[in-house]
Ligand binder design. Structure first.
Ligand code: CP
Length: 306
């Protein structure tokens, strides 16, 4: 039984197993019914979310779990209780898994080992967002049959993106080539991302890629003013415009973790275009999160023999 802290420390085989299990949940919806019956899971979101929060809740309910949704503004964190003490308290009530989104890098590594509850990363700081990358990889696998050999261009605010980091680690483990592009000011901090990828001008990145993954500018994690240009200028210089999309390879697809800002990093007309898989990504998020919850809470046959 395992927590999910990030893809950096997951084996390729474990990633493949989650993707396979998620696809099974899609193909055979009845196989998932009630496997977490009478088990309690808590969702603790200290940052805003629509997709991740609700798809975890849908996944938990599809598996038959009882779901608790923590509200920071009405919790005892407002009286000074720490996150560790909050989760320890919830754990003491018999809750077995905690799905956590928070702005603080290193939070889950700090909590792991001090708690029994399984910790599931739902987006931590600019560090990792592993379930987003897993659902992205499932979407690519459905489209191309495999991840190995794919060229995936991740374009935009790489400096502040936990989605880019998790995709980089997962895609590299499964044998994809990662291309990065965007404004120089948003090049990634992480030397592993810089050294393990190819940096290309945006037109070249779009023209080379099987998957064009656009990223939102993550203003909420910017420490400084960053790029001093208008949204219109950003779109013209670094966005996936209608004109640039024409240079995509035949069969290449558009992805975006969302939320997207229409006509900033991506032209509004491309979001539901035939090349786009953006809402397919959202659908796949439920099955991936079901597979992650199962892995966290149901011991494998191997674990039961130990
Ligand atoms: N992709 C993603 O994490 O979206 P939310 O912030 O809405 O959860």
């Amino acid at each position: 039984m395992t927590s999910l802290i990030g893809l950096k420390n997951l084996e390729a085989l474990e990633i493949e197993q989650i993707l396979t299990r998620a696809q099974e949940f899609i193909n055979e919806p009845l196989s998932s019914i009630d496997i977490l019956k009478n088990r309690f899971v808590v969702n603790l979101f200290f940052e805003n979310s629509t997709r991740t929060r609700f798809s975890f809740e849908v996944a938990e309910k599809r598996l038959g779990a009882h779901v608790l949704n923590f509200q920071e503004s009405s919790s005892s964190t407002q009286k000074g209780e720490t996150i560790y003490d909050t989760i320890k308290t919830i754990e003491s009530m018999g809750v077995e898994a905690a799905v956590i989104r928070h702005s603080q890098n290193g939070l889950l590594e700090d909590l792991q080992g001090r708690l029994q509850v399984k910790l599931i990363n739902a987006g931590i700081g600019n560090e990792e967002h592993p379930t987003q990358a897993l659902l992205d990889m499932l979407t690519m696998k459905q489209e191309f049959g495999k991840i190995a050999g794919l060229k995936v261009a991740i374009i935009g605010d790489l400096k502040h993106s936990r989605v880019a980091s998790s995709n980089f680690y997962g895609l590299k483990k499964l044998g994809a080539e990662v291309i990065l592009s965007g404004p120089d000011a948003y090049k990634p901090y992480d030397p592993e991302l810089r050294e393990g990828s190819t940096w290309l001008p945006i037109e070249d990145a779009i023209g080379e890629a099987d998957v064009v993954m656009m990223l939102r500018i993550q203003h909420e994690r910017h420490q400084d003013r960053g790029l001093d240009i208008s949204q219109n200028e950003y779109h013209n210089l670094y966005g996936l415009t209608e004109k640039r999309a024409k240079f995509m390879k035949k069969g290449a697809i558009i992805m975006h973790p969302a939320p997207f800002n229409r006509d900033v990093e991506i032209a509004s007309c491309l979001i539901e275009s035939p090349k786009s898989r953006i809402f397919k990504q959202v659908s796949n998020g439920v099955a991936v999160r079901m597979a992650v919850l199962e892995k966290a809470l149901i011991p494998s046959k191997k674990e039961m023999l130990i």
